[in-house]
Design a protein around this ligand. Structure first.
Ligand SMILES: O=c1[nH]c(=O)c2ncn([C@@H]3O[C@H](COP(=O)(O)OP(=O)(O)OP(=O)(O)O)[C@@H](O)[C@H]3O)c2[nH]1
Ligand SMILES: [Mg+2]
Length: 190
C-alpha cells in the first residue's frame, strides 16, 4: 500500500460514516477520501454486482478506489432480496420487509458486505466479503440508517439500530469485510 489513504466511491452517507470509523480505528489507521457518485449497478450475484460497481468507479475517477455493495439475504428466499435490498426497502419500508416473510417458518437472514478494491482503471477488482447472521424482526431502535432497525444480529438480542456505532462496528458485515481488505493492503507493503 503506497499510502494510508483510500478513495471510497459511494452515494451513501451511512456507509461512508461507518467505513471511515472502522478504517480510522485500525492499526495503522487508513484515511478515507470520499467521492459521492451513484454508480449504476448491474444485476447479478452480490459478487458480480460488487465487481462491476468497482470497475466502473475506477474508470470514472481514473484512479484506485474501493466500493462496497451491501446485500440483505433472507434464508426463506434463498438469499434474495440480496443486492436488490435497496429497492425493496425503498418500495416496501421496514414493516414491508417483515410482511414479506409472513407465512414463512424462518425469519433468518444474513447481512453481506462485499467490499471491492480496484488498483486502477483496467484492473480486475479484488473482493473481500463479510457476513453477519441474524433475523428479520419488527423495527426497534433509531431509524437513521436503512434496514438497521429490522435486522437483529445473532447472539446479541439487539437490532443494529439498538447498538451504537462502536458496538455495531465490532460485529458488522462491513467490519468483517474491511478486516480482510486491511489484511490484503498490509500484505502489499511487506
Ligand atoms: O440498515 C442498514 N445497515 C447497513 O449496515 C447498511 N448498509 C447498506 N444499507 C442499505 O442497503 C442498501 C444497499 O445498497 P447498496 O449497497 O447499493 O448501497 P447504496 O446504493 O446506498 O450506496 P453505493 O452503492 O453508492 O455505495 C441501501 O439501501 C443501503 O442504505 C444498510 N442498511
Ligand atoms: Mg448502490
Amino acid at each position: 500500500m503506497s499510502s494510508r489513504r483510500l478513495v471510497f466511491v459511494t452515494g451513501n452517507q451511512g456507509k461512508l460514516n461507518e467505513v471511515r470509523a472502522i478504517l480510522a480505528a485500525g492499526t495503522p489507521p487508513i484515511e478515507i477520501e470520499s467521492r459521492n457518485l451513484d454508480i449504476p449497478e448491474l444485476q447479478g450475484t452480490p459478487q458480480e454486482v460488487a465487481r462491476e460497481k468497482c470497475r466502473r468507479a475506477a474508470e470514472l475517477i481514473g484512479s484506485p478506489c474501493i466500493t462496497e455493495d451491501t446485500a440483505l439475504c433472507f434464508e426463506a428466499f434463498n438469499g434474495l432480496p440480496g443486492p436488490y435490498i435497496k429497492h425493496f426497502l425503498q418500495e416496501l419500508g421496514q414493516e414491508g420487509l417483515n410482511r414479506l416473510l409472513v407465512g414463512f417458518d424462518t425469519k433468518e437472514a444474513w447481512a453481506l458486505c462485499t467490499c471491492a478494491y480496484s488498483a486502477g482503471p483496467g484492473t480486475e477488482p479484488l473482493l473481500f466479503e463479510g457476513r453477519t447472521d441474524g433475523k428479520i424482526v419488527p423495527p426497534r431502535g433509531s431509524k437513521n440508517f436503512g434496514w438497521n432497525p429490522v435486522f437483529e444480529a445473532e447472539d446479541t438480542g439487539k437490532t443494529y439500530a439498538e447498538m451504537d456505532m462502536e458496538e455495531k462496528n465490532k460485529i458488522s458485515h462491513r467490519f468483517r469485510a474491511l478486516e480482510k481488505l486491511k489484511a490484503h493492503l498490509l500484505s502489499l507493503t511487506m
